[in-house]
Design a protein around this ligand. Structure first.
Ligand code: UD1
Ligand code: CA
Length: 453
């Protein structure tokens, strides 16, 4: 049966104390709503309908790339009213699953269990809580069948003692859901159209209400304030860390790795403390990432050794490369096999050839470097003339002496040696020694200036 997923995301989120709509607050760098949408997609949803309201324009703009039917709920008249709006565009022949834009960590597995078998029934996800205060309580009859849900504000003292609560997540045939939603009213303590009222109506018609539970409570926890957001972020991060370790990655401290994107990390990788991986990051087998590295959208090969405090952005690092400490790889850096990039080196839009070394305090930008090149400390490619960027080409086996400036556009031929302290402004032939410095002089009998009395 085809599945339609309705995501309720119209609420204001007052307790976030934010100008940003609640569902746009981020967990692992992705808006809460994005997590729920991805979950819907992982279930193979044929259509996803998102009910939005507060901060509508901002939500639509941020989520442009999300392929969903957007339905505006102009006034937040209750969860039942919100689902009614969605059903106006839903294919009513489909199974309909209701999720919440501010409940980001529901697992595919728990939802599959809920959706297992509810032909002519309504499926409801419930959970037992030590402290059920605030939630809708599940009312069961003597035969343990669900006969309704009572909201906290409408509950009597006896009902308030019930510890099984409504998570809000439910599934039913579109037609059936519509039938009962058409019958609800707002005669209750909050004057709202409650989605939860469909259960008593259905039970009255002898429709069976089947319940299932999430594998863990956090799967149905919503974000109402920034404390809850931080709590769920930590749970999510720990889940990722656990999965990595299970797959053969060693983490110095699973609570001090943050993954904000999609990572593909091979076995026998070692990751030290306080590492952040963002976007799409691949790390090959046997590689090691030092403390305090931030690696974004990069591909790292096998047996790469990254020392502490490095920052990579959009870089490709081939096998057997050594980097850092304190190296910065900016976009379009490619370090070829066996290269070495040392401390306080910045590389941008440059390819460093096989076995080449840039060991200390250098800036290499817009550069194509051959194999087995040695770049001395403090070498700078002067790639920018104030208006345009120019390219530096350094061929195989070049030795660049320390404190050299290579003023681009410039090409250094093969096997060239550049004496320290050079300012290179012209292309060189192959196999030469290039020196560009004034001859050293010694002046005898020179008196140092003395302080005036
Ligand atoms: C709801 C349930 C309650 C359940 C709890 C779980 C109802 C009547 N109550 O209560 O049984 O235990 O969730 O967290 O359903 N929303 C809209 N439009 C609206 C109203 C709400 O989109 O008009 C969205 C909100 O943005 C939010 C979600 O629906 O994401 C739940 O709404 P909320 O007002 O927080 O419901 P609760 O009172 O917590
Ligand atoms: Ca709520």
């Amino acid at each position: 049966m085809s599945l339609s997923v309705v995501i309720l995301a119209a609420g204001k989120g007052t307790r976030m104390k934010s100008s940003l709509p609640k569902v746009l607050h981020k967990l692992a760098s992705k808006p809460l709503l994005g997590h729920v949408y991805d979950t819907a997609k992982s279930l193979g949803a044929e259509e996803v309908v998102i009910v939005y309201g507060h901060g509508g324009e901002q939500v639509l703009k941020t989520c442009e790339h999300i392929d969903a039917k957007w339905v505006e709920q102009k006034e937040q008249l209750g969860t039942g009213h919100a689902v009614q709006q969605a059903l106006n565009v839903v294919n009513l022949k489909n199974d309909v699953l209701v999720l919440y834009g501010d409940v980001p960590l529901t697992k595919e597995q728990s939802l599959r269990q809920l959706l297992e078998d509810f032909e002519n029934k309504i499926a409801l996800m419930t959970v037992k809580l030590e402290n059920p205060t605030g939630y809708g309580r599940i009312i069961r009859n003597n035969h343990d069948k669900v006969v309704g849900i009572v909201e906290q504000k409408d509950a009597n003292d006896e009902q308030k003692h019930i510890d099984e609560v409504n998570t809000g997540i439910l599934a039913a045939k579109g037609n059936m859901l519509k039938k009962y939603l058409d019958q609800i009213d707002n005669n209750n303590a909050q004057g709202e159209y409650y989605l939860t009222d469909v259960f008593a109506l259905a039970a009255n018609d002898d429709v069976e209400i089947i319940t299932s539970h999430p594998a863990a409570c956090y799967e149905v926890e919503g974000v109402n304030n920034r404390l809850q957001l931080a709590t769920l972020e930590r749970i999510h991060q720990r889940n990722i860390a656990d999965e990595l370790m299970t797959n053969g990655v060693t983490l110095a401290d699973p609570d001090r790795l943050d993954v904000r994107g999609n990572v593909n990390i091979s076995n026998d990788v070692y990751i030290d403390v306080n590492v952040i991986l963002e976007g799409n990051v691949t790390i090959g087998s046997g590689s090691s990432i030092g403390a305090n590295c931030v690696i974004s959208d990069s591909i790292i090969g096998d047996n790469v050794f990254v020392k502490p405090n490095c920052v990579f952005e959009n870089a490709i690092v081939d096998n057997d490369v050594d980097i850092g400490p304190f190296a910065r790889l900016r976009p379009d850096t490619h370090l070829h096999k066996g290269a070495r990039v040392g401390n306080f080196v910045e590389i941008k839009k440059a390819s460093i050839g096989e076995g080449s070394k840039v060991n200390h305090l250098s800036y290499i930008g817009d550069t194509e470097m051959g194999k087995n090149v040695n770049i001395g400390a403090g070498t700078i490619t002067c790639n920018y003339d104030g208006a345009n960027k120019h390219k530096t080409i350094i061929k195989d086996n070049v030795f660049v002496g320390s404190d050299t400036q290579l003023v681009a556009p410039v090409t250094i031929g093969e096997n060239v040696t550049i004496g320290a302290g050079a300012t290179i402004t012209k292309d060189t032939e192959d196999d030469v020694l290039v020196i560009s410095r004034s001859p050293q002089k010694s002046i005898k009998g020179w008196d140092r200036p003395k302080k005036n009395k």
